[in-house]
Each structure stands twice: as structure tokens, then as C-alpha cells.
Design a protein around this ligand. Sequence first.
Ligand SMILES: [Zn+2]
Length: 272
Amino acid sequence: MSDWPEIETYRRLLSPLVCGLTIVDTTVHRIKSINETAEEFHDGLAGHKILFVERRGKHLIFHLDDGNRLLVQLMAGDWIYYGAEGETKDDDYAIILTLEDGNRIFFGGLRYGYVHRLTAKKLIELIRPLGPDPFDPRLTADSFAKLLGGKRGKLKTALTDPKFLSGIGSGYADEILFEAELHPGLLNASLSEEQKRKLYDSMRKVLEEAAENGGTAEHPFSADSPVVGGFRGRFKVFEREGADCPRCGGTIALETVSSRKQYYCPNCQKEA
Ligand SMILES: [Zn+2]
């Protein structure tokens, strides 16, 4: 997964290590992962300082001192490694940024993911259609309830719709709905105010807990390996079909709805 918790984990780990440092070199092994030639990518980044690292939904955004942004979109199976030259095999990575202190940021995988250098204006155009980040301070419990109440369709579809909320994939949506004791197929408009509030609180609780445990990353972040991937063993319903529900002892079910899987407990997440 490369959802809110995984990207937030990278943001938290990278920020204190790279902010304020200048990029001195770039290596591109996978030209399809960037949006210009390797030479343009190098010339556009070398000599520029990383001011700060931001996350918006599932996007990691490096703000550069020339006003441009480096937009990192990781997909399932992509990862970031941080370390000195020689610590890891360069050929295993699609893109490498070398920093002035000798450390490097390695982007692995990127078969579908990418690292694009963009103007601030272009970036805003790209992310404008996205729904609010689950932790956007303007997304209060009240505004969330209003948005949800006005959205047609079912809960699981709403939570995973990037135009409604950005950063939540199928697995985390299942965990959030379990936490809120709501069936994934309930109609958004059918929820009581109390249920909407519980869903909002559950969303923030599950995502924060996952980020605190380093999400589900399968690769270490660095040689001294701070915890990443610690949330993999903590899912309560996701990929646990047939297992006991940790809340009621019922049996976790797996259903496929419109070719998407949903995991839930039929006993404590009632359909009506
Ligand atoms: Zn249950």
C-alpha cells in the first residue's frame, strides 16, 4: 500500500534529514519515471535546496528553493530508502538524489509511480480535483458530516474516492469502517449524525495509528532502520477473512463488490 499512513511515515522520516539541504546530483535509471529528460531533471535539481517536505493525500511533495516542486507518487510496491553511497545497490533504484551532506534519497520500484519536477502552478492544477486530506484542519467533524451526507452512494466507495477524500485505499477503508462499526455497503445518506461523527473519529484514529507504526512498507527506510511496516500485523479485518473478529468473536467475511474486495465483520458491522 502507498496510502496516507505510508506517505506520512516517509514525510516524518525524511523531513528532519533532508530539509535545508541542497541536491548536488541526480541519477535516473528509469527515464519513464520522470517528466523530462535525465539532463533536464539533473539541471533543474542540482544546486537547489529542499525547503520542506509536504504530504497531500497520497502525494509526497518536495518544495524547492526555486519555487518548483518535486511531486512523488508512490504506488503499491514502490519505496524510498535513505542512506550514504555504497550502502545499497544503486541499480536497484529508479531514481537517486544525492544531497550536499553525502546522503542520498533512493526511489525504488516506480513501475507506475513517478517523480515529477513541476512548477507550483502546475502542481496546484494537478491536485485541485482531489478531495481534502483526512487531516486537513478545515475538515472538521461537522464539515465531514455535511460532505458525506451530500454524497450519493455507499460508504466504502466514498472513503476510497480520491475526489471525496485523498489518501485512503481499500484496505484502510475496511479498517476505518470496522472501527466505526459500519457496514461498507451502507448508503452515506442513511447515517445518523452520531454515526458520521464516529466514522470521522475512526478515520483519523486508524490512519494515525498506522502512521505511528510505520504503515505497511515492506522495505527498510535506512540502515539503522527506524520502524517501518509495523502496521502490517495489526489489521483487524483487512485480509483476515475466516479469522475471528477481535471485537465480537464473529467471523471476518470477504465479499467482492463491483470487482473490489471488502473485508468486514457481518456480526458487528450490520447492513441495516
Ligand atoms: Zn465483529
